[in-house]
Design a protein around this ligand. Structure first.
Ligand code: SAM
Length: 341
């Protein structure tokens, strides 16, 4: 079994709530385990924290002629094992500085502005949340053990610069995060996806059904379907014509929750070979996500005649340091295993 049972898959991750007073400022933690994401690492901790005294609802409302005092909270996401501070401490100290600089009031629940503090090893990105909820689960209702964040799926697709009428394939689609994002955001392309695990294919089909239902309920929607087909297949033997695919975007087994590092030594070269066969020589491109970088590099070195490596984008997947490799299909003919395609 490579996937986990249906009922467990849809469950929300466990979270623990704790309220504490630190150095005279109120803070609140909600540690969230990324169960639905990739392999979880202890290095990642994600929680929300604010600093400054708690304010009651209604506080900070401007009276006539008075300027409104903004209420804020800081949410910190931290990944990396060399930090001498927790995300709670980072959020608290950063919140203190924001409060002092802008004279805003901290409020954990009734805030106007959510300040995001994303710390990844020695890199810090500060932002303002534009949506109330994170968009990383948009369009997905049936989760699997390694469901990819929709936001990352979108980024991978975008790196391939899809053009109208392009055929885009995810040959190891799991619950379908990549093709569903693709079909929603690039509806002029045709998306095909598959997986060798029947349970994963079922979940992907359920996610498509939910999306169709959601679209039906939208008054403004005129769409009568989404340009996406899902089938069960083995990536080493795809039922697709040679040179027929413009773009391949996939999230490969890391060898932790799905498969094993040992299996990857056979799987990765076979994947690159078969993906090279279906992809259009000269113009075809691929964005492949993996954390098993050593195995990927070795496999790619054997397939250098059909794939040329471009940019590598480093990403944090559930606390793991993973890479999105952008590849370009060379003009070289790929090996034909069968004559009938
Ligand atoms: C990292 S997961 C993909 C997760 C997916 N992006 C999602 O959002 O659910 C890798 C997938 O590769 C599939 N897989 C492994 N070996 C395969 C093979 N030989 N052919 C097709 N799919 C395979 C697994 O079943 C798994 O669903």
């Amino acid at each position: 079994e490579e996937d986990c049972p249906q009922n467990a898959a849809g469950a929300e991750p466990a979270s623990g709530q704790d309220t504490e007073k630190t150095e005279g400022v109120a803070s609140q933690n909600g540690e969230e385990e990324e169960e639905d994401d990739h392999e979880h690492s202890d290095a990642k901790d994600e929680l929300q924290s604010g600093s400054g005294s708690e304010t009651k609802a209604g506080d900070g409302k401007a009276g006539e002629g008075e300027a409104k005092v903004l209420k804020f909270r800081v949410t910190c996401n931290r990944a990396g094992d060399k930090h001498s501070f927790t995300s709670n401490e980072a959020a608290r100290d950063f919140g203190g500085a924001v409060q002092e600089h802008f004279q805003w009031k901290a409020d954990m629940t009734n805030f106007d502005v959510e300040v995001l503090l994303n710390i990844h090893n020695n890199e810090v990105v500060v932002g303002i949340a534009l949506t109330e909820e994170s968009l990383h689960r948009r369009n997905i209702t049936h989760f699997g053990p390694t469901t990819l964040r929709s936001t990352l799926a979108y980024g991978m697709l975008r790196l391939c610069n899809p053009q109208p009428t392009d055929i885009i394939v995810d040959p190891m689609c799991g619950t379908g995060a990549i093709p569903i994002e693709g079909a929603s955001e690039w509806p002029s392309c045709y998306h095909i996806a598959g997986d060798n695990n029947p349970q994963a294919v079922k979940r992907a089909a359920n996610n498509i059904s939910s999306l169709l239902k959601k679209n039906e309920n939208k008054e403004s929607s005129t769409s009568s379907g989404i340009p996406l087909d899902i089938i069960q297949w083995d990536i080493c033997n795809l039922p697709l014509r040679t040179g027929s695919v413009d773009i391949i975007v996939t999230d490969m087994p890391f060898g932790k929750r799905i498969g094993s590092k040992k299996k990857n030594w056979d799987l990765y070269p076979a994947c690159l070979m078969e993906m090279g066969r279906i992809c259009t020589p000269g113009t075809g491109r691929a964005a492949l996500l993996t954390q098993d970088k050593k195995c990927f590099a070795k496999a790619l070195s054997r397939m250098g005649h059909i794939w040329r490596k471009g940019q590598t984008v480093w990403v944090n997947v559930g606390g793991l340091h993973a890479a999105v490799y952008l590849l370009r299909r060379t003009w070289e003919r790929a090996e034909e295993k069968r004559s009938f395609w």
